[in-house]
Ligand binder design. Structure first.
Ligand code: NAD
Length: 471
């Protein structure tokens, strides 16, 4: 059993004022594996005060001092790789395909911030003016459970690079990862108060941060619903926000696509992180003229996907993170059937051979139209829809007919044509015949998928305000 009893405020592990104990589960067994003592609003206030006191000195540090601090953070987080790997498997059942990336990404994203900071121009000239990029102040960083360690490190590295200090409210469901990252960051020996980490509930600590007049910036990753609440709270003090929210991403397969290349990419995009990924390509758009061919190939590929024990190397889809999430996925599969979609593979219930964990059957529906709930709502599980289109114009219209706009994938034989289609899709990131990630490029969403961008110079600028000096 894990017992996490302390939060991190002003450079020290301290017993929180909050007393609520929150159970931590292994989703592969549905058993309690530990407890975390949650911070409350008083702890949130203390953390904000510590970050506020640390801001004047940190905001005046040189680029070299910040780079050196980020390098120490990078080394300390990289040294905990194996512990993080164990935590992401134990705490949310990430299968081997995902857990390896999740354990290395936190250090990698700090390295990306170092590279971006090295190239960052804090002062530029605009006509007769000098423009100085000025850090905003205390940053509130709020992370989701599905990549907690990565988001803590990425957001914190960008905030510190900009000269901000931070209060981090990680997901209450990821306390094991948070503990490992906190210990690593403590070992990096930054000045007290420069970062503070208070694991607590969203409606207490999260609300305290997003409403607080001494918090100048919120960087949030999580659901669109919570993002709206944060945006409303932020309006009161004109708190700057970066919101990385949900998605319902299209995978648009053009009529000249090579089925052997397109199907594995479409499946990988849809089932990423067991379907619990903001960028998951859950709407698969196929040409009407090749419907039967694609239905058969996609169904065959999904039927072969192993859903089960995340520690088994063959597993592609691990358990859902919580019982609530398991119920949500079951509910959407039932909704799909009730709406008249045709089930090709999967369905409600657990996959064969699994019993106690929150395992689901990778599911593929066809005869889906874009107004059905399974095509509009972010399900956050391995439930994919095949939607047909008549021509390219209709394909683009369906791809764009969504509240979201985080990511999209276009697959086609003629890459020039596929890129032209990509230009017409309203999303923060469009991948053409690839699933590779470019951490130097801005990441973020259009429409209900968010506000602002992370990564690279865009990510650092998000924690700053330009100040124009004339004369
Ligand atoms: P969530 O919105 O339930 O919670 C995210 C965080 O917000 C948690 O730390 C939670 O405690 C906190 N929170 C909850 N209510 C709050 C409030 N009123 N004020 C302040 N904070 C509050 O999301 P989740 O279930 O943890 O994560 C899954 C969601 O995150 C999905 O919608 C997914 O698409 C999204 N996500 C987006 C990206 C992206 O980069 N766009 C990446 C990963 C996940």
């Amino acid at each position: 059993m894990h017992h996490i009893e302390q939060v991190y405020i002003n450079g020290e592990f301290v017993t929180p004022h909050g007393t609520e104990r929150f159970d931590l589960y292994n989703p592969a067994t549905a058993r309690v594996i530990g407890q975390v003592c949650l911070a409350d609003a008083v702890d949130g206030e203390r953390a904000i005060a510590a970050a506020r006191a640390a801001f004047p000195a940190w905001s005046k540090t040189t680029k070299q001092v910040r780079i050196a601090a980020l390098q120490r953070m990078h080394a300390a987080v990289a040294a905990r790789h194996d512990d993080l790997l164990e935590a992401v498997v134990e705490e949310y059942g990430a299968p081997a395909s995902r857990s390896a990336w999740m354990a290395s990404y936190p250090a990698e994203v700090i390295a990306q911030a170092i590279a971006a900071l090295e190239a960052f121009e804090f002062t530029t000239v605009a006509g007769a003016a000098r423009v100085e990029m000025t850090p905003l102040g205390v940053a509130g960083l709020i992370t989701p459970w599905n990549s907690d360690a990565g988001f803590i490190c990425g957001k914190l590295a960008a905030a510190l690079a900009a000269g901000c200090t931070a209060v981090i409210k990680p997901s209450e469901m990821s306390a094991l990862q948070t503990q490992i990252v906190t210990e690593a960051l403590h070992a990096a020996d930054l000045p007290p108060g420069v970062f503070n980490i208070v694991t607590g509930r969203g409606d207490t600590v999260g609300e305290t941060i997003s409403r607080h007049p001494h918090v100048a910036k919120i960087s949030f990753t999580g659901s669109t619903r919570t993002g709206k609440a944060i945006l409303r709270n932020a309006a009161e003090n004109f708190t700057r926000v970066t919101l990385e929210l949900g998605g319902k991403s299209p995978t648009l397969i053009l009529d000249d696509a090579d089925i052997k290349q397109a199907v594995p990419l479409a499946i990988q995009a849809g089932l990423m992180n067991s379907g619990q990924a903001c960028v998951a390509g859950t709407r698969i758009l196929v040409p009407q003229s090749r419907k039967a061919e694609f239905e058969q190939a996609l169904a065959q590929a999904i039927a072969a996907v192993v859903s089960g024990d995340p520690r088994d190397a063959k597993t592609v889809v691990g358990p859902m993170v919580s019982e609530r999430q398991w119920q949500r996925v079951q509910g959407y599969i039932q909704k799909g059937l009730a709406e008249g979609a045709r089930l090709l593979v999967g369905g409600v219930g657990r996959p064969e051979g699994t019993w106690d964990g929150w395992f689901v059957r990778p599911t593929l529906f066809t005869d889906v139209h874009n107004q059905m709930a399974i095509a509009r709502d972010e399900i956050f599980g391995p439930v994919l829809c095949v939607i047909t289109y008549r021509d390219e114009a209709e394909a683009i219209a369906i791809a764009n007919d969504t509240d979201y706009g985080l990511s999209a994938l276009v697959l086609g034989g003629d890459s020039g044509r596929a890129r032209r289609v990509a230009q017409q899709i309203h999303a923060g990131r469009v991948l053409v015949n690839t699933l590779t990630h470019e951490p130097k490029a801005p990441f973020g969403g259009f429409k209900h998928s968010g506000v602002g961008r992370e990564m690279g110079a865009w990510g650092i600028s998000a924690f700053m305000e330009p100040k124009t000096i004339l004369g």
